[in-house]
Design a protein around this ligand. Sequence first.
Ligand SMILES: Cc1cc2nc3c(=O)[nH]c(=O)nc-3n(C[C@H](O)[C@H](O)[C@H](O)COP(=O)(O)O)c2cc1C
Length: 187
Amino acid sequence: MTTKIGIILGSTRPGRNGEAVARWIHQLAVQRGDAEFELVDLLDYKLPHLDEALPPSLGQYAQPHTQAWAAKIASFDGFVFVTPEYNHSTSGALKNAIDFLYGEWNNKACGFVSYGSAGGTRAVEHLRLIAAELQMADVRGQVALSLFTDFENFSVFKPGDHQLQSVNGMLDQVVAWSEALSPLRAA
Ligand SMILES: Cc1cc2nc3c(=O)[nH]c(=O)nc-3n(C[C@H](O)[C@H](O)[C@H](O)COP(=O)(O)O)c2cc1C
C-alpha cells in the first residue's frame, strides 16, 4: 500500500507565511514519487478550543469536528508539521489540533518545517517533546527557514536553494520511518 504523508499547515492567522511554506513543501514532496503527500490546512477543520469531555486517549470523540479531524489524521502513516514560532513555541492552533487526538498519532513518523527569526527551531524543540508523548517517531532532519534570509520583507517567501537538500533529507527519513513503523500500526 502507498505510504501516505500529511503535511500539516500549523498557522491559521490572516496573512500567514505558513501557507506559502506548506505549499512549497507539498510541491517538492509530490515530485518524489515515493509516497502520497496531502496538504492538511487546520483552517479547513474549524476546531474550537478543545471541547471533548473524555481524554483523547480513549478515542471516544463526541463532536463531529473531532470525528472529521480524527478520520483525516487516521488516514496517514506519517506527517510533516509546518510550524511558525510564536513566543518560542509552536502555534496555539497547532497544539490545540494535536491535543484533540491521541491514537491517530501513535506509531507514526513526523518531520518538521519551521520558520521564524531563528528558523523556528525553538518551536520544533517543543514539538519534539509533544511527539514523544504521542508515541510518534520524530526524525532528526528538519527544515529551518529564516525570516531574514528565506523571506523578503519577512513576508514574501523566497527560500534559499540550499533548503532543497534539507527538505529532501527530512522527507527521506519521514517516508522511511513511516514505512518501518507499519507493523506496529497493524498490531
Ligand atoms: C504571536 C506571535 C509571536 C511570535 N513570536 C516569535 C518568536 O518567539 N520567535 C520568532 O522567531 N518569531 C516570532 N514571531 C514571528 C513569526 O515567526 C512570524 O510572524 C511568522 O511569519 C509567523 O507565522 P505565520 O505567518 O504563518 O503566522 C511571532 C509572531 C506572532 C504572531
